[in-house]
Ligand binder design. Structure first.
Ligand code: PLP
Length: 379
């Protein structure tokens, strides 16, 4: 089955009791048993919920994975991967990554004796240089948030495989439509479902997919033990959102390309970060591992000051100033003070994240209106 057909049908069948074509919202915390241990496969909703199970099957299919688990947020999905580690273990992570992941790594899990080493993975050999016999997990984010660096998943997953290190990829920026890390050799794919997958800025959720039964068992054990599960209503909304994922992503990519090129030719713009440009440092890798380049774009203006960035941000009329990304509506953000405020300034500057950087999540509106909005904001 091709992606669009899977988005609508994988793991989904009409409700057996009514024929309802839409998966029902099973808003229940428990299930009645005929006798102790005699039940229909459902005991308690932290462990199993039919609406969630359908979504997990559907998302696993979209990532070409055998197994999938949904969590109450992207961060709880990330945390689940970290919880398979033990004190003394080392994690090698992309240096340019979502601020909340950086905070979870350095402020929460480092307290439990897990060591995090941040490297620029744009050059895969940087990963090899820091591997020790304690390295247990490689954490990749690509495209990176917010510098849009591209990391070669296949090359790094192979480095991990040869040394028995698990490779996990935060695939949030690409979505399963544009990139499938498991096909490239990664052991785990993670999503903030909140973003492109749910797609309508009305759900917070996370996902982990894998082809490895023992990893899935670990994730399931942590899911039921820690209990960070999404509610059935959110699972329903996400299933509904996924039905248009492929169509939305096509439009995000088309609009993204127009906006990226417009910004690049604007006299007030100094630099635009978007993997679709032929002179993007890892454009060839992006072309190889992604189906399109998406609608996430960052830029700095010629007048590279925080004041100028703030002034520009205040002039947008259609792009809304907000955290998050991947919804149908266009958003504009200021990473240094919003999504990446928890990353220390020296670390931000090390990866090139200046205080003046502006990030766009280009939505699916008519692109001419988006260009007019940018024209007004950058005047
Ligand atoms: N990963 C990336 C790349 C993100 O951008 C985000 C949120 O912005 C997350 C993970 C965290 O996801 P959530 O907000 O669903 O917990």
């Amino acid at each position: 089955m091709k992606f669009g057909t899977k988005a609508l049908h994988a793991g989904i069948s009409p409700d057996p009791s009514t024929g309802a074509i839409m998966t029902p919202i099973f808003q229940t915390s428990t299930y009645v048993q005929e006798a102790p241990g005699v039940h229909k496969g459902y005991e308690y909703a932290r462990t199993q919920n039919p609406t969630r199970n359908v979504l997990e099957h559907n998302l696993a299919a979209l990532e070409n994975g055998k197994f999938g688990r949904c969590f109450s947020s992207g961060m709880s999905a990330t945390e689940t991967v970290l919880k398979i580690l033990k004190p003394g273990d080392e994690v090698i992570s992309t240096s340019d990554l979502y601020g909340g992941s950086y905070r979870l790594f350095t402020k929460v899990f480092s307290k439990f004796g897990i060591k995090f080493i941040f490297v620029d993975m744009k050059d895969s050999s940087n990963v090899e240089k820091v591997i020790t016999d304690k390295s247990k997990l490689i954490w990749i984010e690509t495209p990176t948030n917010p510098m849009m660096k591209i990391i070669d998943i296949k090359e790094i997953a192979e480095i991990g495989r040869l040394r028995n290190i698990i490779t996990a990829v935060d695939n949030t920026f690409a979505s399963p439509y544009l990139q499938n890390p498991l096909d490239l050799g990664a052991d785990v794919v993670m999503h903030s479902v909140t973003k492109f997958i749910a797609g309508h800025s009305d759900v917070v959720m996370g996902f982990l997919g894998t082809n490895d039964p023992s990893l899935d068992e670990d994730f399931g054990f942590i899911q039921k033990s820690s209990g960070a599960i999404p509610g059935p209503q959110d699972c329903f909304l996400t299933l509904r959102g996924i039905k248009t994922l492929h169509v939305r992503m096509q439009r995000h990519c088309e609009n993204g390309e127009v906006v990226a090129n417009y910004l690049r030719n604007h006299p007030n713009v100094e630099k635009v970060f978007w993997p679709g440009f032929e002179d993007h440092p890892n454009h060839e890798v992006a072309k190889k591992q992604m189906k399109g380049f998406g609608g996430m774009i960052s830029f700095i203006q010629k007048e590279d000051t925080l004041e100028q960035a703030k002034e520009t941000l205040s002039r947008f009329k259609i792009f809304s100033l907000a955290e998050s990304l991947g919804g149908v509506e266009s958003l504009v953000g200021h990473p240094a003070s919003m999504t990446h405020a928890s990353v220390p300034k020296e670390q931000r500057l090390k990866v090139g994240l200046k205080d003046s950087l502006i990030r766009l999540s280009v939505g699916i509106e008519d692109v001419v209106d988006l260009i007019n909005d940018l024209e007004g904001a950058l005047r």
